[in-house]
Design a binder for this molecule. Structure first.
Ligand code: UT7
Length: 323
């Protein structure tokens, strides 16, 4: 059977680092509160000229270099983002053009913090369905541009950045020993749409709007939803927490990540954490974490890797792959 195997990865971050101490000068908060409640110590914030598309392009170029490929080798670009440069056209098309790629096709995926997990699943479906051979998947965000910088309950949590992954078609045996995407488990429930949302949009207010979140409400659901989809991925493939080499979670809150791992019996040393450095970069957080852990040699060929995310919608999901 056809499997979607990882060929390359890359990341890009804005130049400017904003520490918790810097945040203390913007809103009534403290380094101690932010670290204790979230694990975040700093975040990167896009400056003039840095946009979702420019960061996405940088991450894409890094992934192509890592894979030893050029844009000519890619058939499809999927960009997971909730902070596009324009309402339309898609940021993926913008990046396609920046890469000098004028063949194939490109589109955006909007599932907020779960966007990257949804995009990997979509790419895998296109590859297995024979519609694409090599897919460039990008998670790119500039959440700083939709934050209310007077609201301490949200502005301290998010950051900007981009990450990319290239998947390509390869033959597999159909077992959990295959390399590539082994299974995915996706969920959403719009009943929770008002717990984490942006209070504007083209069709409702004609404005961009700002992010609003009932953090405690999101927190309440997070661990249960995350562990459900991870367990489903284990069950479908007949694998267990002991077989897993790496959990690469969406980086929203260290307490949610550690609580989910503990509930599933995943050892803490198998969990990739970057929330301290990047804050919550929504759809970019998983590919940024992948680039960190694969870049420094922790994630190796043949490792069993679980990606998971939960966010606005609510949307949530997990992808199990063998590196
Ligand atoms: O990526 C999408 C998914 N999003 C998430 O996963 C976020 C989920 N939620 C969370 O991570 C947590 O709920 C937060 C980090 C947002 C908040 O942590 P919490 O432990 O749930 O705190 P809380 O909202 O219950 O607030 C506790 C206190 C409140 O004061 P009172 O009412 O107890 O007097 C807040 O006003 O902390 C106060 N507070 C702050 N204090 C200092 C809220 N924000 C801040 C702040 N600095 N930045």
């Amino acid at each position: 059977m056809i499997r979607s195997v990882v060929r390359g990865f890359g990341a890009a971050l804005p130049e400017r680092v904003v520490t918790n101490r810097d945040m203390e000068k913007i809103v009534e908060t403290s380094d101690e509160w932010i670290v204790q409640r979230t694990g975040i110590r700093q975040r990167y914030i896009a400056g003039e000229g840095e946009t979702t598309a420019s960061l996405g392009e940088q991450a894409a170029r890094a992934a192509l270099d890592n894979a030893g490929l050029t844009a000519a080798d890619i058939d499809l670009i999927i960009c997971a983002t909730s902070t596009p440069d324009n309402t339309f056209p898609a940021t993926a098309v913008n990046i396609q053009n920046r890469l000098g790629m004028h063949h194939g096709f490109a589109f955006d995926m909007q599932a907020v913090c779960s966007g990257f997990v949804y995009a990997v699943t979509t790419a895998d479906s296109y590859i297995r369905g024979g519609l694409a051979k090599r897919v460039l998947i990008i998670g790119a965000e500039t959440f700083s541009r939709i934050l209310d910088w007077t609201d301490r309950t949200t502005c301290v949590l998010f950051g900007d950045g981009a990450g990319a992954l290239i998947l390509e078609a390869a033959e597999g045996e159909g077992t959990s020993q295959d390399r590539g995407v082994l299974t995915a488990s996706l969920r959403s429930d719009g009943a929770h749409k008002d717990k984490l949302y942006v209070d504007g949009g083209p069709s409702s207010t004609g404005t961009v709007g700002q992010l609003r979140m009932e953090g405690r409400e999101v927190f309440k659901y997070a661990v249960g939803m995350i562990t459900d989809v991870i367990q489903a991925a284990f069950d479908t493939t007949g694998t267990t927490a002991d077989d897993l080499d790496w959990l690469v979670p969406h980086q929203a809150n260290r307490r949610i990540i550690e609580g989910s791992a503990k509930k599933l019996g995943i050892a803490p040393e198998k969990v990739v954490i970057t929330v301290d450095l990047h804050g919550n970069t929504s759809a970019a957080s998983i590919p940024l974490a992948i680039a960190a852990a694969a870049g420094d040699g922790r994630i190796k060929k043949g490792d069993l890797v679980m990606l998971e995310a939960m966010g606005g919608g609510f949307t949530w999901g997990a992808v199990l792959l063998r590196w």
